[in-house]
Design a protein around this ligand. Structure first.
Ligand code: CP3
Length: 318
């Protein structure tokens, strides 16, 4: 997860010529961008170049990315009646370009570097669909959830079927692990998570797992939700920096792998301070198998490439 390559000069160069959606829609370009951090950083896995919001186009919600403003949804969901009117979506045809990019990237990657496919989790997708863009408060989302519980559950159930099938299709196209991004679910209380979200994330992960590759269940600000979040599924649970890795692992349970949890802002620190952060995480993992070193959220655009290269070296034992 590096949302994105904005820290990479070679990504910015491509973006001069193509919009984000153009890069996503051209499989050769998407595959080339997927490989950029592998070539630059020597990380152990590649994440497919796409976006969690791409399914909004076939869902008829309309999607644009305005420079500096993040995603914009042209026809947000504000009424219960809109949920039932959502058209059927078949990832094999409606998102064929993403699957083609996955095939091209899987072909181009060295065999020791697995490709990670991904999708947005039902809650995080619903929050964008309802808010119409980025939000800090999730007011419209929560109002819809509380006021229209039947439509809410219908919407999340629709999204769970869609992303579950979409993830499985990415595995068939060559992804060797799948990541479900519930980036904003930490805005919910544990009780609301269990009532309004958990069954739907569980369904999406169950459908994804049917493809036979491991699934990473990612969220941020989930410290208080972790036990329930892990219960929803995932072979690997992604955690951010707001909780110490060993404390999070305790809450997730011993049988599960964990991914995380460097604060992306630590990459802006002087090298010695950054190294202390990295080594502290490795110490908390204590050499136990099943720790996937990662950032707790995406790479900030202002991150120096050298800082990322240093982190990879330290984690690899340098
Ligand atoms: O990380 C990668 O480069 C792989 C591809 C990828 C993108 N988006 C491309 C992208 C991935 C894994 C994502 C996931 C994604 N997209 C998430 C979940 C992960 C997370 O960060 O929590 C979310 C919530 C989105 C939705 C989204 N897309 C937002 C909020 C933004 C705007 C960000 C901002 O600060 O402006 C995007 C745009 C986006 N998606 C970019 C890229 C490379 C932005 C850069 C650009 O315009 O070129």
């Amino acid at each position: 997860m590096r949302q994105a390559g904005r820290y990479l000069p070679e990504y910015r160069a491509l973006r001069q010529k193509h919009s984000l959606l153009e890069l996503c829609r051209q499989p050769e370009l998407a595959a080339a961008v997927t490989l950029q951090p592998i070539e630059r950083l020597g990380v152990d896995a590649a994440i497919l170049f796409a976006d969690i919001l791409l399914p909004f186009e076939p869902l008829g919600l309309g999607l644009t990315f305005a420079a500096g403003e993040g995603p914009q949804i042209t026809r947000p969901i504000r009424a219960a009646s809109q949920v039932l009117a959502l058209p059927p979506v078949d990832p094999a045809t409606d998102l064929a370009y993403v699957l083609e990019a996955a095939r091209a990237a899987a072909r181009a990657l060295p065999s020791h570097v697995p490709l990670i496919g991904f999708a947005g989790a039902p809650f995080t997708l619903a929050s964008y669909a309802i808010e119409g863009g980025a939000t800090r408060s999730f007011t419209l989302t929560k109002r819809f959830m509380y006021a229209e519980p039947r439509a809410w559950h219908a919407l999340l159930a629709r999204l769970a079927e869609l992303v579950g099938g979409y993830l499985a299709a990415q595995a068939r196209a060559g992804a060797r692990a799948l990541q479900l991004f519930d980036s904003w679910v930490g805005c919910l209380s544990p009780a609301d998570y269990v009532t309004y979200v958990l069954p739907h994330s569980e369904r999406a992960l169950e459908l994804a797992r049917a493809a036979g590759v491991p699934a990473i269940h990612f969220g941020t600000d989930t410290a208080t939700l972790l036990a329930d979040f892990a219960r929803a599924g995932g072979d690997v649970i992604g955690v951010d920096w707001r909780i110490p890795l060993d404390v999070a692992w305790e809450r997730i349970g011993p049988g599960r792998a964990i991914q995380g949890n460097l604060d992306p802002a630590a990459l802006l620190a002087p090298a010695a301070e950054l190294e202390r952060h990295v080594r502290a995480i490795l110490a908390r993992a204590g050499g136990r198998p099943g720790h996937v070193f990662n950032l707790g959220h995406g790479v900030l655009p202002e991150t120096p490439v050298e800082a990322l290269q240093a982190v990879v070296e330290w984690v690899h034992g340098g």
